[in-house]
Write a protein that binds this ligand. Structure first.
Ligand SMILES: [Cu+2]
Length: 202
C-alpha cells in the first residue's frame, strides 16, 4: 500500500517536472476574453490557431467522462490523431455515439469502464463531433479536432490563454456550439504576450 503510493507520487512529480520543463524560450502566449452575446456564460468556446507550420503528433490520450448525466468536459479540443478515452463515471450505463463526419457508435457500457476512439479521419480541420448518448437524449458534448495544439477553452468569464506559441503570423479562430465570430489575424512575437478579444454573435 505504502510502496504503491510512493510510486504514484513519483510518477506525479515526474509529470509536473516534465510540464514545468517544457520549452518557454522563444515562444509566448495569446490571451484574451471571448464574450458570447445573449448567453449568461462565455464558457466552452474554443480559441485556436487555424494552421501552424509543421505537423503535430498527439502526445497522450485525452479523456471525456460521463458524470452526473453530463459529458465532462462539455467541449474537448484535441489535435488530429488523438485517442479519446470515453469513461463512464455514473452508476448507470451510458452510450457514446456521434452523427458527425465519419460517424461512430461505441456501444453502451457500465460505470468504471471506458472505450477508446482515435480521431484520425478529419480531412480538414476543424472537425466537430457532437457526442450523444442514446440512453439519455438530453446529454450532449463536443470533440473539436484541430490541426495543432495551440488552443484553449474559455472559462465562465470568457478568459482564455494559449501558451508556448512559436513566434509567427497566424489566424486565430473561435468555435462555439451556439455562436460565431470572424477569425482574426494575430502576430506573436518572442517573449511578448499578445491579447486578442472576440465578441460572438448568435
Ligand atoms: Cu447516458
Amino acid at each position: 500500500m505504502f510502496r504503491h503510493s510512493v510510486v504514484i507520487g513519483s510518477v506525479c512529480t515526474a509529470i509536473v517536472l516534465a510540464y514545468v520543463a517544457s520549452p518557454i524560450g522563444a515562444s509566448d502566449s495569446i490571451t484574451g476574453v471571448v464574450k458570447v452575446t445573449g448567453l449568461a456564460s462565455s464558457a466552452d468556446a474554443v480559441v485556436y490557431i487555424q494552421q501552424a507550420p509543421g505537423s503535430f503528433t498527439p502526445a497522450k490520450p485525452a479523456q471525456m467522462d460521463q458524470r452526473q448525466m453530463q459529458f465532462v468536459p462539455h467541449v474537448l479540443p484535441i489535435v488530429a490523431g488523438t485517442t479519446v478515452k470515453f469513461l463512464n463515471g455514473d452508476p448507470t450505463p451510458h452510450n457514446v455515439f456521434s452523427p458527425d463526419n465519419e460517424k461512430y457508435n461505441l456501444g453502451t457500457w457500465p460505470q468504471g469502464q471506458s472505450k477508446d476512439y482515435t480521431f484520425n479521419k478529419c480531412a480538414k480541420t476543424p472537425c466537430v463531433y457532437t457526442q450523444l448518448c442514446r440512453v439519455h437524449p438530453e446529454m450532449e458534448g463536443y470533440v473539436v479536432v484541430l490541426q495543432n495544439p495551440f488552443f484553449a477553452v474559455t472559462n465562465k468569464e470568457g478568459h482564455y490563454q494559449i501558451d508556448n506559441v512559436p513566434p509567427g503570423s497566424y489566424t486565430l479562430a473561435v468555435w462555439h456550439e451556439k455562436a460565431k465570430a470572424q477569425p482574426k489575424p494575430v502576430i506573436v512575437e518572442a517573449s511578448k504576450p499578445t491579447t486578442v478579444d472576440f465578441v460572438l454573435g448568435r
